[in-house]
Design a protein around this ligand. Structure first.
Ligand code: AMP
Length: 190
């Protein structure tokens, strides 16, 4: 299986590049943020919990997210050619859990695509997305919290995956097609 993690700060282009990856390689796409927003829209019990964290820009507790991912791996993604994990993992315990879940199924992560974008550009992109889509957490206060959370809890994963030998550093600024070309070359040369 071609399992890929698309990694980067909020606003780094994970959703955009994931869409291109699933098109090119025929993979199953799981965006934990999208799944949670869908639960909120449907007023499910998970949605009720998730809303409290998302509106503050905080992370949902690891155990809830790991259960969600386990479920996807064993059901929707079971017969897929591979999975694009978008917005997951976001903490070291989530990364450890994913490693174990995949190892138990004789699988692993082929590459971690790290989209690296300067902070001013991230903020500008999220503010624009907020205007265009009305996404509730794309406002300046929540964006600042999300970036703090990213630096404190998620960025350590960069070193973690460099240590595992799976991290591909990608310059995430500029033209979407050019960025995708670099990603595809990185995946195919790994
Ligand atoms: P995203 O669409 O990936 O930017 O995620 C939006 C929000 O959903 C985040 O700010 C978190 O509150 C929550 N979220 C998404 N993925 C995770 C995750 N892997 N762990 C914890 N919270 C998450």
């Amino acid at each position: 299986m071609l399992n890929l993690i698309i990694f980067g700060a909020p606003g780094s282009g994970k959703g955009t590049q994931s869409a291109k990856l699933i098109d090119r390689y025929g993979l199953y796409h799981i965006s934990t943020g999208e799944v949670l927003r869908d639960h909120i829209a449907r007023n499910t019990p998970l949605g009720e919990i998730a809303a409290k964290y998302i509106t503050k820009g905080h992370l949902i507790p690891d155990d809830l997210i790991i259960d969600l991912i386990r479920n996807v791996i064993d059901n929707e993604a079971k017969s897929a050619k591979g999975v694009v994990f978008d917005g997951f993992p976001r903490t070291i315990p989530q990364a450890e859990a994913l490693k174990q879940l995949l190892a138990e199924r004789d699988e692993g992560v082929h590459a971690v695509i790290g989209l690296e974008v300067p902070e001013e550009e991230l903020i500008e992109r999220m503010l624009n997305r907020g205007k265009e889509t009305g996404r509730a957490d794309d406002n300046l206060d929540t964006i600042k919290n999300r970036l703090d959370v990213y630096h404190n809890q998620t960025q350590p994963l960069r070193e973690y995956y460099i240590g595992e030998g799976s991290y591909l550093a990608i310059n995430g600024s500029g033209n979407v097609e050019e960025i995708f070309k670099t990603i595809a070359e990185g995946i195919e040369n790994k």
